[in-house]
Design a binder for this molecule. Structure first.
Ligand code: SAM
Ligand code: SF4
Length: 338
């Protein structure tokens, strides 16, 4: 806890969710499942062992936690993620359940998806009250996409994106770039996004994969991504905001984002917390363990939940800066939710 000699803010009267570095949490990433229909090389273990169903929080339990995070801790935005959230039966109904939390201060409900099941799900999700989707698309080449995702079909994802747009959902595209796998897709992906007028963010490969595949030399850093894009577009940097991505203007008209967690970590203004499908709260993507909320939740001990959450967030580590020399994390991205 706080050392009175430091310049960190005082802990006792914390109105919102704040950590010892003064970062206030406004966004919750909520994983519905660790399961997925894809096997992305940079995410899933080779032979995943799924969490037992009894450990996974029921929708009513997740709804209660969202109510707590919004009503008591000032969270304003929820991003539903996974694994692949759309493989969990009832995901759309859960989006509908979350609408009841809006009067308490929930402003945005978003979803991160691999897009494979989106063509059928998009219209019901929009009708249920979803605001927007982030779709992962690491290649426009069918062959490279299949290799990256362990057999995914890019045509299905493109169809899903089209359905989401037709349903009136906001759509953003995320692409993880890995040396030796899809680095040559940087320009084709950018050209595609510009032609489709869809926001695109490239993400540096983080040491959070489940198969020990990560190494620093596989990271295609922001600078390299920019160098590739500059061969095809006129690029100028935009002022940095609190967004995890740096933004660049291409040909004076298209905004490209790059999330450079490894080469240029931007943890100083992190406003996110993460809850796994089995009810563990991770204050940081790079935290070594999560704090179990399930036990207190199932026992109806809401007073205990309050201090578990506040203490976990208060003790949030600085971020990737601290973690950089420790290599891969113990929990892979399909559990953490991105
Ligand atoms: N299944 C959904 C999807 O793929 O969008 C949601 C969950 S996925 C874990 C969330 C995000 O994490 C995706 O954008 C994915 O590309 C990203 N991701 C997964 N593993 C990563 C890694 N090792 N480094 C960087 N990003 C990663
Ligand atoms: Fe599944 Fe998303 Fe992980 Fe790919 S990145 S394996 S789609 S959870």
């Amino acid at each position: 806890m706080k050392d009175a000699t430091t310049s960190e803010p005082a802990s006792p009267a914390r109105p919102a969710l704040i950590d010892r570095f003064g970062r206030i949490k406004k966004k919750l990433r909520l994983s519905l499942t660790d399961r997925c229909n894809y096997r992305c090389l940079y995410c899933m273990p080779e032979c995943p062992v799924w969490k037992p169903r009894a450990d996974i929080l029921r929708f009513e339990e997740l709804h209660a936690l969202v109510g707590l995070f919004v009503g008591q801790f000032g969270i304003e935005q929820v991003r539903i993620t996974g694994g692949e959230p759309l493989v969990r039966k009832g995901a759309t109904g859960f989006v509908e359940m979350l609408q009841s939390v809006r009067p308490a201060g929930l402003r945005r409900v978003s979803l991160s998806t691999n897009g494979a099941m989106l063509s059928r799900a998009a219209a019901p999700l929009a009708a249920a009250g979803l605001d927007d989707v982030n779709v992962s698309l690491d290649a426009v080449s069918a062959e490279i996409f299949s290799r990256m995702t362990g057999g995914g079909r890019v045509c299905e994802v493109l169809r899903g994106i089209e359905s989401a747009r037709r349903a009136g959902l906001g759509v953003k595209i995320n692409a993880v770039i890995i040396r030796g796998l899809n680095q040559e897709q940087v320009v084709p992906l950018t050209e595609w996004a510009v032609a489709e007028d869809l926001p695109l963010r490239f993400i540096e490969f983080m040491p959070l994969d489940g198969r020990g595949f990560w190494s620093e030399d596989k990271v295609v850093a922001e600078k390299e991504i920019l160098a590739s894009v500059s061969e095809r577009f006129d690029v100028s940097a935009l002022p940095r905001t609190n967004d995890p991505a740096s933004y660049y203007l291409l040909d004076s008209r298209f905004q490209l984002g790059i999330i450079a967690t490894v080469s240029n970590p931007f943890c100083a203004s992190c406003d996110r917390v993460r809850l796994t499908a089995d009810g563990r709260l991770f204050s940081c993507l790079f935290a070594s363990t999560g704090v179990d909320l399930r036990e207190a939740l199932r026992a109806g001990r809401f007073d205990a939940l309050d201090s578990l959450v506040r203490d976990a967030i208060w003790n949030k580590p600085p971020g990737f800066i601290e973690r950089r020399n420790r290599g891969r994390g113990e929990v892979s991205m399909n559990v953490l939710g991105g």
